[in-house]
Ligand binder design. Structure first.
Ligand SMILES: *Cc1c(COP(=O)(O)O)cnc(C)c1O
Length: 792
């Protein structure tokens, strides 16, 4: 290992050990690890060609990967070797690991799900490609100036990306615009603009390095060589313009979390990566198959939300225009290959494009969408329409062009059936199914929580890492005092580590024995960070009114970014920071209450915070959070949840037991009903003296003395248009927080409840989720499993 690292330093970076920087060491170590993966990767490719199984293609606009170095080290089981080699080379392991930028090619849960799925597909030995965009700039970097969010471009690619292989041979021409000619019953699309899609491959190796798949990300490049003619004429700008335009397509990740952005560039990005991915998978299929009609036997394409929904019309276009398959046969053939995951019911997040824009950017696709619409209307005259009020509705398109539509939690799936796709569900009653989300235990326990990992492995062995339900065996330890003590010590160690980091980076001192209460996720009104903050102020008031009472000390930790154009979310961020400033400098509550909001929440920060959490805030307005996966990460790492009956919280509570979960708030049904009451929020505020007092303080400028009207808008909104029912759930949330306080004062009992959470979370492994997709949607099999069965 030492020699390998030194060789890489010398031959790949041109450095010797004396002159190498942390960056050089990190790249050298990464390249050595990549070399190790390549063997597995080649072997998997070879076995896939021999077995000729069905391949899975996971199309996602986002992959929120985070750092890879420790993932690789643990999946390859090389922790001891790598640590020893680095130490013997006189370097510091942690410094090297923390030098890696966080690959933030996603906004939040949707992108992180895609990353967890890649890990599980590789661990299960299912042949798969992840397809996405190699954004030059991932999700913006967040900092705070006077409490307000400031966005800076993210720059992960200014450094060498050690994990990837560029594939100059895998290049495809992607057309936009132009016109369509029809003669002799055939359509000919003549695009007005062409860019090239170039593949960049990152090997994804599963647990124990037994199988490797590929994450193939596309970057956009100019199709035309550099315009030397313009350059020679002295027109340097013109010479660079077409090149810059082409590259724009993979330049930035859209930072809109759930709101649809009606941007032409966004539609181009969607078509760009979808078209490149389909060409790539068809080229692979046609290399060893002649019959395009057998495509569904070998290819399963999963659409992660509607972003790649143009895959339906694109596949039909290829079948009809390039393989001369009649339209009425092409549509069902494409459908058999495609499936769609719905992630949201929020109406503003359901993508739609104007027909005008679609016709301008993708004229042939608009014709095909009309043909799809026509075919579906002919068969089902009462079907909802894809084309409505001059828009192409991507949700309806995705539903009609796929053979399975899945929701991401049991509750969400039922709501999908009752709301967004109610009419389509009546026509196609078996198309919608549920696949509750999951998380990879490799990153979200084994990697991020070494103290707990060691305790578990010492107790039940190591097989839980690839078979998470084995954690159930820990339930019997809930009455074992010695084990509970060790479990508590593991949590405390994580809390001390986090406290040290907070102290170093933010200058705030935390008491590691206080309850660490954590809410980290995108800032969104429906996630109700505001309710958490109002409760914090109410608690502070009570503590000041009665400072000598027996309070449970708390640390409130927030983390998350707001979409740059989402002004309410940005006001909430500012208010959290303003309130933190006042509370953290109050001598009366100094030893009882603190608020910290470390900037730039990302995967790495999640890995740091989650193992140190006592309480997990999952407090969305019921019916609004499709699943959540943050909720699963916390419970797996031994935090108790305070939450509503929303998304996967419902199933988490079923698994861990209602006595180990702090439930509060209106149900999804009650939320819908409450909204029909006139003046519901004003009534709720008037019924709650505690809430009234807090809102009064915020409105009169208690937390912004130099700008007292700063939050008038926010407070006014709570009185008059509290769409997310912060006011209606406030009292029951406050009371439930006090129940948590009481429970925390009995540490052994708290730890036992936390242990039952960890022990009950096995079902939430993304391995279980992927097995569900493979069985119910893809009809795909594990090659490693088949090999085992054959040899048995
Ligand atoms: C898991 C995760 C999310 C999703 O969190 P939710 O609480 O489910 O919204 C978002 N961002 C990051 C960095 C994550 O790791």
């Amino acid at each position: 290992m030492k020699t390998d690292i030194l060789n890489r330093l010398k031959y790949s970076l041109g450095k010797d050990a004396e002159n190498a920087s942390t960056y050089d060491w990190r790249i050298a170590v990464s390249l050595v690890l990549r070399d190790q993966m390549v063997e597995t990767w080649f072997q998997s490719t070879k076995e896939t060609y021999e077995a000729s199984p069905k391949r899975v293609y996971y199309l996602s606009m986002e992959f929120l990967i985070g750092r890879l170095i420790e993932d690789m080290i643990s999946n390859l089981r090389m922790e001891d070797t790598v640590k020893a080699a680095i130490a013997e080379l006189g370097q510091d392991y942690n410094t090297i690991v923390h030098d890696e930028p966080d690959a933030a090619l996603g906004n939040g849960g949707l992108g992180r799900l895609a990353a967890c799925f890649m890990d599980s597909l590789a661990t299960l030995g299912i042949p798969a490609f992840g397809y996405g965009i190699r954004y030059e700039h991932g999700l913006f970097e967040q900092s705070f100036a006077q409490g307000q969010q400031v966005e800076k471009p993210e720059t992960w690619l200014t450094q060498r990306h050690a994990w990837e292989f560029e594939r100059p041979e895998a290049r495809y021409r992607i057309g936009f615009g132009g016109h369509v000619e029809h003669h002799e019953g055939k359509a000919h699309w003549h695009p007005g603009e062409v860019v090239m899609a170039t593949a960049h491959d990152t090997p994804v190796v599963g647990w124990k390095g037994e199988w490797g798949n590929t994450l193939r990300l596309w970057s956009a490049e100019p199709a035309k060589e550099f315009d030397l003619e313009s350059f020679n004429r002295g027109d340097y700008l013109a010479a660079g313009r077409s090149e810059a335009l082409a590259r724009t397509i993979s330049r930035v990740l859209y930072p809109d979390d759930t709101t649809e952005s009606g941007k032409e560039l966004r539609l181009k990005q969607e078509y760009f990566f979808t078209a490149a991915s389909l060409m790539d998978l068809l080229r692979r299929y046609l290399k060893d198959h002649d019959d395009i009609r057998a495509l569904p036997d070998y290819v399963a394409i999963q659409l992660n939300d509607t972003h790649p929904a143009i895959a339906g019309p694109e596949l039909v276009r290829i079948l009809v225009d390039e393989h001369a398959i009649p339209m009425d046969e092409a549509i069902p053939l494409a459908r058999k290959c495609l499936a769609y995951t719905n992630h949201t019911l929020l109406p503003e997040a359901l993508e739609r494009w104007s027909e005008h824009l679609m016709g301008r950017i993708l004229p042939r696709h608009l014709e095909i969408i009309r043909a799809i619409e026509h075919a579906h209307q002919t068969e089902f005259p009462d079907s909802p329409r894809i084309l409505e009020h001059g828009d192409v509705r991507m949700g309806e398109l995705a539903f009609i062009m796929t053979h399975k539509v899945n929701g991401v939690s049991a509750l969400h799936t039922e709501l999908v059936k009752e709301t967004v796709f109610a009419d389509l569900h009546r026509i196609h009653p078996t198309r919608i199914i549920n696949q509750t989300n999951g998380i990879t235990p490799r990153r979200w326990l084994y990697g991020c929580n070494p103290s707990l990992r060691h305790l578990i492995t010492d107790t039940i062995g190591e097989d839980w890492v690839a078979d998470l339900e084995q954690l159930t065996a820990l339930k019997s330890k809930r009455d074992d005092a010695a084990f509970i003590e060790a479990f508590t010590a593991s949590k405390r160690e994580n809390k001390v580590n986090l406290s040290n980091w907070i102290s170093e980076t933010m200058g705030v001192t935390l008491d590691p024995d206080a309850m660490f209460d954590v809410q980290i996720k995108r800032i969104h009104e429906y996630k109700r960070q505001l309710m958490n903050l109002l409760e914090t102020v109410a608690l502070w008031n009570d503590m000041r009114d009665n400072p000598n009472a027996d309070w449970t000390p708390r640390v409130k930790i927030f983390g998350g970014k707001a979409a740059p154009g989402y002004f309410v979310a940005k006001d909430i961020i500012r208010l959290i920071n303003d309130v933190a400033h006042v509370i953290n400098t109050d001598p009366v509550t100094d030893d009882k209450l603190k608020i910290v909001y470390p900037p730039n929440y990302n995967v790495t920060m999640a890995e740091r915070l989650i193992p140190a959490a006592d309480l997990s805030e999952q407090i969305s307005t019921a019916g609004k959070e499709a699943s959540g996966t943050g909720n699963m990460k916390f419970a797996l790492n031994g935090a108790l949840t305070i939450g509503t009956l929303d998304g996967a919280n419902v199933e988490i509570r079923d698994h861990v037991g209602s006595e180990n979960f702090f439930l509060f708030g209106l149900t999804a049904q009650e939320v819908m009903e409450r909204r029909t009451h006139h003046g519901y929020s004003r009534a709720a505020i008037e019924a709650s003296p505690r809430l009234q007092r807090v809102l009064g303080q915020i409105a009169e400028g208690r937390f912004a003395p130099h700008d007292p009207s700063r939050y008038h808008g926010l407070v006014g909104m709570l009185y008059d248009h509290d769409y997310f029912l912060v006011t209606c759930d406030f009292d029951s949330y406050f009371d439930t927080q006090r129940r948590a306080d009481t429970a925390y004062r009995n540490p052994a009992n708290w730890a036992a409840m936390a242990l039952v959470n960890t022990a009950s979370m096995g079902w939430f492994s993304s391995d279980r989720t992927i097995k569900g997709y493979a069985r119910d949607i893809w009809g795909a099999k594990s090659v490693t499993q088949a090999k085992l069965e054959k040899s048995a």
